[in-house]
Structure formats: structure tokens, C-alpha cells
Design a protein around this ligand. Structure first.
Ligand code: FES
Length: 366
């Protein structure tokens, strides 16, 4: 999929605020689920962050419009790869130096390979086009992970969920795909709505056919843009919603579910979240003489890129660390969820989300 982006707080997983009583509710509701202890308490897997090479062993077109490809990645010499759970993603270091994050959309039970899927975005940041044009069968890339910021919290294991409602927009199907299989194997009630502009833009339709009417395919050309209520369906209390799609869809879901303390919402974004409560400031970089103005509603990263200043980036949401920059002057308003106190004290900041704390601005080591 193209680089998947997550909302910032309340949690890196995209869990919405109204699940704060989660631990208590989970312990109360655990007894409702007739699941084995092994299923309810799977051993948590550690996140793996080391770099390792993977080779493209298969490349397949998975949408009828030809614009989504699925890549199977395996260790060059074969062998098992680090394990993962549904919702995990892989950091992919592309030949150009770009780093992009793609959901693992294969079977977590397959230990010898990973699968990712990428939609070609001609006017995006260039990562998806590079994947489509450069990564052929036999290509070797550096990866790191898998990491999981969008975990499926199964009943009795951190979630009071009684049923799942999955909402996927286009390429947003990728993190959801393995979740469906897991929900199915757990015997948890679930339904899904899968949306997109047209049917031919939707990847993995053939693979999803086995789930039959549990999945509603709803395309804009046939039914118009869906409302949040239509996406949520009847959504009774005890439903946990997992959504991955465009920012306006996710915003609509969050607004509609505000006050619904009986429903959990977990989500991932496609695009950087809007700047909230931003103020204009200026930034100076060593590579140019004049200061750059950062608008109240734009990110520092956006302003740097607009002015042609090279700054690496990936998630654009303050959790991957790719855009880490050293601050030479000024006070930072940190808005990320990643940097530690010592890193901040050492003068590091993430320019995709963090800003100047004062109108006087920042001086960056760029
Ligand atoms: S781009 Fe990922 S933290 Fe900034």
C-alpha cells in the first residue's frame, strides 16, 4: 500500500479516546468470550527494528485497473523471517534512499515470506512509483521491522470487543486483510464495508470473495460517497471498529462516534493529519540565507519541501523517526510520540509534526 499514516495521540495505534476504561471493561467482559486461554492471551511478539535485506520473489497485479501490485519478499538465502501480527508494517528502504512503510497483507502463519501491496500514485512523493518501476522480481531491498502500530486487539486480550466492524478504503484493505482471517479463525462476529471510487480500483477482490456477504463492496460511482453512518452500519454497543482509509473518512467516523463509549475506534490514515492549533513561525536552515515561513496550517516538513530543502520523511505522523533533524537554535514544541526525553534534550526534533514553540522560530541543521 502507499505509505500508511497514523493519527497522533490519543495513541500511536489510532485508538480513540473513548476507550479509556478499556482495561476495566476488558476484564469485565472477558468472561463473555468462549475462547481458549491460548487465544485470549497470545504471547506478545516483540517489535523488531533491525535492518535486513529482502528479495522480491513474486510480483503480481492485484487490482483490475493495474495500478496495485503485490510483492512477495523473502530472505535472499531463504529461511524464516521475524514473526508479525495483523496490522504490522514493514519499513522499506528504496534504492533512491526513500523510506516508505507498507502494511504486511499476507498470512502471518507463513514464516518464509512477507507480502506488501502498493498503489501507484503518480503525483505522490515518488515512493510508490519507484516501487512499481524499480522493484522487479529478484530486486533486493533493505527493510526493517515488522512493527505494529495498528494491532488487532482480540477479545479478552486488551479489548472488550464483542464484534468487529472493518472499514477499508481502497488500498486501506492491506492492514485489514490479515485481520479478517484472524477474526474468522477466532470465531468473532465481524462485518466489513470496502469502499473505493470504482470496483476496478479495489485490490484483492478475488481473495476477499471467500468471505461472501460479510463484505459489502460499496463504490462511489454506483452509490455516491458513503456517509460515516453508512460505513459504520448498525454498530451496536460492544463493536470495535478498525478503519483504514482517507483522512476525511476517518475524521467523519471519529466525529460520528464521539460520545459512543460503547464502541472502540482504531484507525490508520493515508495522509498526514491536519495541523491543529498551529501558529506561523520562521525557520532558518544552513543551506540557504533567507528564512522560511511556516504557515499556521502547514507542517514544517511541508514548508521545507515547498522551498526545496531536502528533508527525509516517511510516515509524516511522528512515529517512524525518518525526519529527525538537529535543532541549532530556538525552542521546539514537540508533537511526536517517538523521541525520548534525552533525545529532545539533545536537540532532536521530528519536522513532520513538531513546530516552533515561539514565533521567533527555529534554526535547523539542514
Ligand atoms: S516522517 Fe516519520 S516521524 Fe516524521
Amino acid at each position: 500500500m502507499f505509505a500508511r499514516l497514523r493519527d497522533v495521540p490519543p495513541s500511536a495505534s489510532g485508538r480513540s479516546r473513548h476507550d479509556l476504561p478499556l482495561g476495566l471493561a476488558a476484564s469485565v467482559l472477558t468472561g463473555f468470550f468462549n475462547l481458549s486461554a491460548a487465544v485470549r492471551n497470545p504471547a506478545p511478539l516483540p517489535d523488531v527494528a533491525r535492518d535486513f535485506p529482502l528479495q522480491v520473489s513474486e510480483r503480481r497485479v492485484v487490482a483490475h485497473d493495474q495500478d496495485v501490485i503485490a510483492l512477495t519478499l523473502a530472505a535472499p538465502g531463504g529461511g524464516d523471517l521475524p514473526r508479525w501480527h495483523p496490522g504490522a508494517h514493514l519499513d522499506v528502504h528504496l534504492p533512491s534512499g526513500r523510506v516508505r512503510q507498507y502494511s504486511l497483507c499476507g498470512d502471518p502463519g507463513v514464516t518464509s515470506s512477507y507480502r506488501i501491496a502498493v498503489r501507484r500514485i503518480p503525483n505522490g512523493g515518488g515512493g510508490s512509483v519507484e516501487v512499481h518501476d524499480e522493484l522487479t522480481v529478484g530486486s533486493t531491498i533493505t527493510t526493517s521491522g515488522p512493527r505494529n502500530a495498528f494491532p488487532l486487539t482480540v477479545p479478552g486480550y486488551g479489548s472488550p470487543a464483542q464484534r468487529f466492524r472493518f472499514i477499508a478504503g481502497g488500498i486501506g484493505i492491506t492492514p485489514i486483510l490479515p485481520m479478517l482471517a484472524q477474526a474468522e479463525s477466532l470465531g468473532v462476529e465481524w462485518s466489513m464495508v470496502y469502499t473505493g471510487r470504482r470496483r476496478d480500483t479495489l485490490p484483492f477482490l478475488e481473495e476477499l470473495a471467500r468471505f461472501g456477504e460479510r463484505i459489502e463492496i460499496r463504490t462511489d460511482d454506483q452509490a455516491g460517497l458513503p456517509t460515516p453512518a453508512e460505513l459504520l452500519g448498525d454498530c451496536p454497543g460492544g463493536t470495535t471498529v478498525y478503519a483504514c482509509g482517507p483522512a476525511p473518512v476517518l475524521t467523519g467516523l471519529r466525529t460520528t462516534l464521539a460520545g459512543r463509549d460503547d464502541v472502540e475506534l482504531h484507525f490508520e490514515r493515508f495522509a498526514a493529519p491536519p495541523v491543529v492549533d498551529g501558529a506561523e513561525f520562521s525557520v532558518a536552515v544552513s543551506s540557504r540565507e533567507d528564512a522560511i515561513r511556516v504557515g499556521a496550517d502547514e507542517t514544517l516538513l511541508t514548508a521545507l519541501r515547498r522551498e526545496g530543502v531536502h528533508a527525509s520523511y516517511s510516515c509524516q505522523q511522528g512515529f517512524c523517526g525518518t525526519c529527525r533533524v538537529r535543532v541549532l537554535g530556538g525552542e521546539v514544541e514537540h508533537r511526536d510520540t517517538l523521541l525520548t526525553g534525552p533525545e529532545r534534550e539533545a536537540g532532536m526534533m521530528l519536522v513532520c509534526v513538531s513546530r516552533a514553540a515561539a514565533e521567533t522560530g527555529l534554526i535547523l541543521d539542514l
